[in-house]
Design a protein around this ligand. Structure first.
Ligand code: PLP
Length: 404
């Protein structure tokens, strides 16, 4: 038999920015027996989650639930609304934004990418990708498109590779200011249910999300929240689609069912997650993540290390990216911390690989799991020979101990 449980005694610390630790309450809900996905019991479950999830996206419009990871929902958003060679404006906030751009190109969409160019002047030798979306760049580009060749603007709400959150309302306003009809598509895979998100109020046409971050579920389920403009666009969009086509799914969802076999036990988990989030109240959920983020940033500041996100208004409540000193391979540090303390931290992705690591503060966490995480980081950095300016653990204790 192959041994798959590598962990020593005690609970493993899964502090990557998703998959996030799954609460026991959700694990128990998912352990219910799998039921007939065409039977009466299933319809009740389907209707409950399809209506509950709308409260999380803050929408009255349909939310399509896919048995796919977030990447599937990225693809779904594009194939339902666009035609081959349609031109799309994307914004490179980090690794996930660039993966979405690559996916769009592979589907036969023509992409153009905006990015902020000033990182290197700020912190010489630091990796790039240190900000959220600069909405004025989007407005300036759309103004130069009087023929409306650009069919969609695609942005990532919470860039999981860096820890920068973007102001989606500002992007909506930029599109409106340019009087441009492009659809607005937003990846809130890691933002949803951690930081405020308003699909309807912010005039988003397609919001993409996934199960394994703020919703606190295992990976394998993803979402498209869809506006009426996006549904109209789907009527004439010509990119090939079948499994991801909205029309059949939304049609069958009316009675709580899907045209194929949905992931029943993840839906049980989703039902429980919705109960938990709505019982606590979304505003309290957002405050909790913001507080954790403040504690973690206080620790990083006390260590004297730079944050990956250079823009205070964009600091993510979901995760914090930490730049390691020049010459210290962040992945070697992560390995040391994993081997010694059974603590998983997020790796640097793409352009920032080896230059930074990520601390996730989402999912089934609390002040003390974060204190343990910060202690693991601090002990690991000392073992790796990094000269720290002071104790991050003490700084985080001051923050968590003081706040109500
Ligand atoms: N977009 C963002 C912002 C993400 O964080 C991720 C995964 O971490 C993805 C897209 C891709 O989702 P998945 O890995 O579930 O396919």
């Amino acid at each position: 038999m192959v041994k798959l449980d590598f962990h020593p005694s005690g609970r493993h610390f899964l502090q990557i920015p998703g998959p996030s630790p799954v609460p026991d309450r959700i694990l128990r809900a998912m352990s219910l027996p799998t039921i007939d996905h065409r039977g009466p019991e299933f319809g009740a479950l389907g209707l409950k989650v399809l209506s509950g999830i709308k409260q999380i996206f803050k929408t009255r419009q349909p939310v399509v639930i896919y048995p796919a990871s977030g990447t599937g929902a990225w693809e779904a958003a594009l194939v339902n609304t666009l035609s081959p060679q349609d031109h799309v404006l994307m914004y490179e906030t980090g690794h996930f934004a660039s993966l979405w751009q690559k996916l769009a190109t592979r589907l036969g969409v023509s992409t153009e990418t905006l990015a902020w160019a000033g990182d290197d002047q700020e912190l010489p030798g630091a990796p790039s990708w240190r900000r959220g979306v600069q909405a004025d760049l989007i407005e300036a580009r759309l103004v130069k498109d009087p023929e409306h060749r650009i069919k969609a603007v695609c942005v990532v709400h919470n860039e999981t590779s860096t820890g920068a959150t973007s102001d989606i309302l500002a992007v909506r306003r930029a599109i409106d200011a340019a009087q441009h009809p492009a659809l607005l598509m937003v990846d809130s895979i890691s933002g949803l249910a951690c930081v405020d998100y308003r699909h309807d109020e912010w005039g988003v046409d397609v919001t993409i999300s996934g199960s394994q971050k703020g919703l606190m579920l295992p990976p394998g389920m993803s979402f498209n929240a869809v506006s009426s403009r996006a549904l109209d666009a789907a009527k004439s969009a010509k990119l090939p689609r079948s499994y991801f086509a909205w029309d059949e799914i939304i049609g069958m969802n009316v009675t709580g069912y899907w045209p194929y076999t949905p992931n029943t036990n993840l839906l049980y988990g989703l039902s429980e997650a919705l109960d938990m989030l709505l019982e606590e109240g979304l505003d309290a959920v957002f405050r909790r993540h913001a507080r954790w983020a403040r504690g973690v940033r206080a620790a990083v500041g006390a260590w004297g290390l730079p944050l990956q996100c250079a823009e205070p208004k964009a600091y993510s409540p979901v995760l914090t990216g930490v730049i390691t000193p020049v010459g210290m391979d962040a992945d070697a540090l992560r390995k040391l911390i994993y081997d010694r303390f059974d603590l998983s931290l997020g790796t640097g992705l793409g352009k920032v690989k080896g230059r930074m690591f990520r601390i996730g503060h989402l999912g089934d966490s609390n002040d003390l799991t974060l204190m343990a995480t910060l202690a693991g980081c601090e002990m690991g950095m000392k073992l790796a020979g990094i000269k720290l300016a002071g104790s991050g653990v003490q700084a985080a204790m001051n923050e968590f101990g003081a706040a109500g």
